[in-house]
Design a protein around this ligand. Sequence first.
Ligand code: NA7
Length: 571
Amino acid sequence: MAQGTTNGTTNGSQVTSASANGIPDYEVIIIGAGVAGIYQMYRLAERGVHATVLEMGSDLGGTWFWNRYPGCRFDSESYTYGYSFSDELLDEWHWQERFSGQPENLRYLNYVADKFDLRKYMQFDCTVDSAHFDDTHNMWRLHLADGRDLSSRFLLTALGLLSAPTYPRIEGVDADGTDVFNGPSFHTYHWPAEPVEIKGKRVAVIGTGATGVQAIAAIGEQAEHLTVFQRRPNWCAPLHNSEISDEEMTGIRARYDEIFDKCARTPGGFEHEPDRRGFWNVPPEERRAMWEKLYGEPGFGIWMANFREIFFDEEANAELSAFIGDKIRERVDDPVIAEKLVPSDHGFGVQRVPLETHYYETYNRPNVNLVDLQETPITKITTTGIQTTDQHYEFDLIVYATGFDAITGAFDRIDFQGSGDLKLRDKWGDGPVTYLGLMVNGFPNLLTIAGPQSGSASTNYPRGIEIGVDWVTGMLDYIWENGYTRFEANEDAERDWTNHVVEMYAMMLMRKAQGWFTGYNSNVDGHEKGTIRYLVYNGGAPKYKRRIDEIADHDYEGVSFATERAAVGVG
Ligand code: NA7
């Protein structure tokens, strides 16, 4: 390995730039100190690589640092979400709840970073404005918002899947969240770290995705009055959270190998394994009994331990949707409200299924009301509240649970410029094209961990991340062992992979849905209803891992390596 020594500075910062003479400041720069960035840094630190992590936030944790809204928690079983790389860590950490909440999740990530002494590599409050590839010296040159310039041989993005929040495109609020409202208002992603008083307040929540569903149930319990502004309902299912006792945790620790083996076998990287019997081979009454059981059990079972046909067979999906629709009607007292909460434009599971705790019962509370934006759309945010086509509502607090410019949004915020002045924003203008979701032709020495079209984007995140990071680390080992200074995905390999990703969508009912899996976002130009972006790999984690491992075994087929630019056979 030729990666030099570890960063010797105390806080990971290195202000001087040696790159003017063609020597990069770092061997590797990682952008993002969330779940992926932390683990990637661990792997590099283990190897003594001269690396740093640049994080926009004032501390580590990514998703779990930012999303502090009430009710924020895992929909993954906590013990399947933790890292699996260290037996010691698995033995030490006690998950308190089956689906743990944001404060505990953030504590966990801090515990990991401190245990493995990773904080010293991280630089916080560090926004990357641009990253340009220097073709002459085979390195990335980054410009930061604080005015610094840093360079690295290799650039690894760990930007998060849902880290570019978007605000509604309505009068009175700007794209950056600045609005005319006199009281406090924020996106759920920017919920303040200091306590927000909800008790005794009149609160508005706009948006009923996975975030809104969690926040609405939690806020409804505390607010004097909560008004939910819903444009389209989602199909939600009960979370069934519970505490994990010491005894249960001991049992979980003893089963960790078995748990992670099972996650590795399932398409979503969860404990929930699809039922492979075949929908039409199982009698209707047996199907219904199975759904009753799954609906009563914790987690994503009703989505992921279901028949595979629900994802591609309209009729099978309609039958399950009718079952879930009846559940909603049973749980909501007012039949008119109940009907508004049952989706009619898409079937169960073709968009991300929010898991909920008493979400539907929230609408039975006297202090909660639902405004159907299909009947009375919002016309503007005002200084004192929200105006719809029907009336003006006064509030003390407005919460925007309006989602994210998913997966590629975080890339678009940085001016990535590759070889020959190619801009990533332009290359991905109509949707991403990648090789394995990990590399982009025209962008040498860039590895997009959890990038669009990678396996990590569609699995229980840390399970997918460990696959991605381990693979990326293996490829860097290969590069260092061979003394390469440059790599680049070939154009034909990239085309084949992207076609493969697109073909997989063709079979899925999801392709018709308006959800972030297909890049839908009504608040972003070109991402509105009727457009589709092929953001995720739908083949499942085991197939993805097999494919990328085969490629590694074949000396990284589809990638060109060189020690200097002239030698690269760029396709
Ligand atoms: P989502 O799932 O994208 O949901 C966003 C919600 O906000 C959705 O209900 C939207 O309604 C609504 N929305 C967006 N813009 C508007 C406007 N302009 N007016 C009214 N309503 C609007 O984001 P989440 O944060 O809930 O979940 C993202 C992921 O985070 C989730 O899947 C988890 O993995 C974690 P629409 O559907 O567009 O009619």
